[in-house]
Write a protein that binds this ligand. Structure first.
Ligand code: ZN
Length: 168
């Protein structure tokens, strides 16, 4: 990313003082020259390729159905595992675990996955709202794309159980 400078006095002597700004994608900075606080896009979101992760799993026997291929709900468990891995990689899992109900999910099933197949689960942030995050996901197996779709979650406040903004 370009070197940050203070939006108030243009000094380059700035320091990141908080992991979070007003949104999940921002961090708080302070200018050491004039003392002003400002927000900037987090480095890990300041990328043409937004926050994403890929995890590798194997289709377990219990993931399959009577037809011998992965049960449709297995796809969502794999996506949720990737979501947990992404939040852990971003260091936000303590603030989000158990507090991000699913709002919407859609999936297109394009091919089979069978017991013991290696599957790569790719998850990427597509959109961040005030309290919601929409992910896109792709499951790839030995025969290529097996499933792709979208998942939308929102963050709720542990006390009120209502939607809340991403943490500061
Ligand atoms: Zn300044």
């Amino acid at each position: 990313m370009d070197a940050l400078s203070c939006p108030f006095c243009d000094a380059a002597d700035v320091a990141r003082v908080g992991q979070w700004g007003g949104q999940i994608i921002t961090a708080q900075w302070q200018c050491r020259s004039c003392g002003s606080y400002f927000e900037a896009i987090r480095e890990d979101f300041d990328d043409p390729q937004p926050a994403s992760i890929a995890i590798d799993r194997r289709v377990e026997w219990i993931d399959t159905d009577a037809a011998g291929i992965y049960h449709w709900t297995s796809a969502f468990r794999l996506v949720e595992a990737a979501e947990a891995a992404l939040h852990t990689a971003l260091g936000v899992e303590a603030r989000t675990f158990g507090l991000t109900p699913r709002v919407a999910v859609e999936a297109d099933f394009r091919g089979p996955l069978r017991f013991n197949d290696a599957v790569r689960v790719e998850l990427r942030v597509e959109d961040v709202g005030r309290s919601s995050v929409r992910y896109g996901f792709t499951l790839r197996g030995p025969e290529g794309v097996a499933c792709e779709g979208r998942l939308t979650t929102c963050l709720i406040d542990p006390a009120t159980r209502r939607a809340t903004a991403w943490p500061r």
